[in-house]
Structure formats: structure tokens, C-alpha cells
Design a protein around this ligand. Structure first.
Ligand code: NAI
Ligand code: 15L
Length: 265
């Protein structure tokens, strides 16, 4: 069993899910965020930290043998906000990992790295980036830093381009992008157990009939997502009006993010 897994962004939506569902995957879960995390439970350590602070991140990472990096801005915002949390934050994390024995990193990247691809296009790991905002650009930066630290220092990472991780798919687009919480947990578990990881991009989506992304390049890891958004098709058809084909949410893989302005600080 792993000794200590660090979860950054542990107070957020996915962090709260993993706080529960990764219990028992390591002797200790070190939970970190700049937002309040409440008291530590059994098998938990709470370490508050702003990831844009390099010294604090250096201390945060010490003693961890795996990292799930969720912390940062998770939607489109001004460049200033994204720069400090997502650009400096990732730089600080990789520098700290390098100094502390190179624990494996699961980096929460996003489908917004490729958001301007049309929904009729099938993508694989060789498809070009088409970010739909500065948020998507910052995730491409994170993937590039991971690649640099792999080639230069042998730092292993899983670059998980998460689609939409929610308890169930909520709209027509999510029939393609949905990642169930359990499949996310099994992905993290697979990544930490794999004999070889390297620096591998993985599409973070469940086994959806309506999916857009081909993960066959990452078959060597052995991850087998079990859930399928098709189980919710009837419910969505009954409750969610179908958008017109030219609406961003139905046209582009990044959905409504493609309709965002460039935000000012
Ligand atoms: P969230 O916004 O709920 O959580 C992010 C957490 O990061 C928050 O608790 C926030 O306080 C923390 N944070 C922000 N700036 C920080 C800083 N400077 N220092 C320390 N902590 C900071 O986001 P969510 O939905 O939980 O997503 C987690 C990660 O997964 C994010 O990196 C997001 O970009 C990525 N992701 C999530 C998807 C989803 O479906 N939820 C889809 C694609 C990517
Ligand atoms: C993301 O990257 C966001 O963090 C999340 O809030 C969702 O909007 C998701 O993508 C999505 O595209 O559904």
C-alpha cells in the first residue's frame, strides 16, 4: 500500500469526492487547498497551501509517494488568476516533486485543451490542441511541463484530460464527455499501480457509447472504465431539451466554454 497520497484542490468538487473514495488507498491522505477543509479525519492530514507559493508547495510535497493534482482555477477566468494558480502552481508542483524523489503525478488536465474540435471529429492522443480559452491553454502548459520533467528528469505523470466528472451525465454533451466518479477512482488506482507509466495522456471519460476519444494508446496501463452514459440516455431525452446543431454546446467538444469572452482581471 502507498504511504501518503497528496490531493491538491481537495476542498473542490472532485477533491471532496476523492477525499472519500481514495480512503484506504494509502496509509495517509494529505489534503491540501487554500479553501477550508474542515478537521482531519482518520488517516487524513490537512495542509493548507496556496499553490502559487513555491516555498509552501516545496514543504507540501515532502514525504508523499503519489500526487493527485486538482488544485487551481477550473473554469474560464482572467489570465491573471489563471497565471498564478495554474501556471505558477504547476511549475511549483513539478519543482517540488523533482526535489522530493519524483512521486507519480496524476495531473487533472481537461477536455478544454481540445475544446474547439468539432463534435463530429474523433480524437486520439496525436490530435492537435485546440484550446477554447485561457483555462484550456493553462492545461496545455501543465501537460507541457509534465512532458519536460519526464524527458529531463524521468518524472512520471498521467495527464488526464477529464471530460465531465459528475455523479451522472446531466445533458446531451455529457453523453460523450462523462467520467463517472468510480471510473476516475479506478483510473487513479491503475496509474499508481502500473509498473510503467512514463508521461501518458489519458482521455478521462467513461466507457460511453457516444464517446469521442480513443484511448487505445494507453491500453498498456490496463484501465477499463466500467460506466456508460448510455444508461442515462432515456432520462436525458425526457428531461433535457436537445440543443440545435449550431449551438456551441452541440457543435464543439468544449461546449459552452467556446462561447466565453476573454475575461479581464
Ligand atoms: P473546483 O474548482 O471545484 O476545485 C478546485 C480547487 O482548487 C478549489 O477547492 C480551489 O479552492 C482550489 N484552488 C484554486 N486556486 C488555488 C490555489 N492558488 N492554491 C490552492 N488551491 C487552489 O474544481 P473541480 O471540478 O473539483 O476540478 C478539479 C480539477 O480537475 C481542476 O484542476 C479542474 O481543472 C480539473 N477538471 C475538472 C473537471 C470536472 O468535470 N470537474 C473536468 C476537467 C478538468
Ligand atoms: C472542465 O474542465 C471544468 O473544470 C468542469 O467544471 C466542467 O465544465 C468540464 O470541464 C466540462 O467540460 O464539462
Amino acid at each position: 500500500m502507498m504511504n501518503r497520497i497528496l490531493i491538491t484542490g481537495a476542498a473542490g468538487q472532485l477533491g471532496s469526492v476523492l477525499r472519500e473514495k481514495l480512503k484506504g488507498h494509502a496509509k495517509v491522505l494529505r489534503l491540501s487547498d487554500m479553501a477550508d477543509l474542515g478537521p482531519a479525519g482518520e488517516g487524513e492530514e490537512i495542509v493548507p497551501c496556496d499553490i502559487s507559493d513555491g516555498d509552501a508547495v516545496m514543504d507540501l510535497v515532502e514525504g508523499c509517494d503519489g500526487i493527485v493534482h486538482l488544485g487551481g482555477i477550473s473554469v474560464e477566468k482572467s489570465f491573471d488568476l489563471i497565471e498564478s494558480a495554474n501556471l505558477r502552481g504547476v511549475h511549483n508542483l513539478y519543482e517540488a516533486a523533482r526535489a522530493h524523489g519524483r512521486p507519480r503525478i496524476v495531473f487533472a488536465s481537461s477536455n478544454h485543451t481540445i475544446g474547439y474540435h468539432d463534435q463530429t471529429t474523433r480524437l486520439d492522443h496525436t490530435s492537435p490542441y485546440r484550446p477554447d480559452g485561457y483555462y484550456g491553454v493553462s492545461k496545455i502548459f501543465g501537460e507541457a511541463v509534465a512532458s519536460l520533467y519526464w524527458d529531463k528528469f524521468g518524472q512520471e505523470s498521467a495527464l488526464v484530460r477529464i471530460g465531465s466528472c459528475t455523479p451522472k451525465p446531466l445533458n446531451w454533451r455529457m453523453l460523450a464527455t462523462w467520467l463517472s466518479e468510480d471510473d476516475f477512482v479506478s483510473l487513479i488506482d491503475t496509474v499508481f499501480r502500473a509498473p510503467r507509466l512514463g508521461c501518458t495522456m489519458i482521455w478521462g471519460a467513461s466507457n460511453n457509447d457516444a464517446g469521442w476519444w480513443d484511448n487505445s494508446h494507453a491500453d498498456f496501463l490496463g484501465w477499463k472504465p466500467k460506466d456508460n452514459s448510455a444508461d442515462y440516455l432515456d432520462e436525458i431525452a425526457r428531461t433535457v431539451p436537445r440543443p440545435g446543431p449550431e449551438e456551441p454546446v452541440a457543435k464543439y467538444q468544449g461546449g459552452v466554454f467556446t462561447d466565453e469572452p476573454i475575461h479581464k482581471s
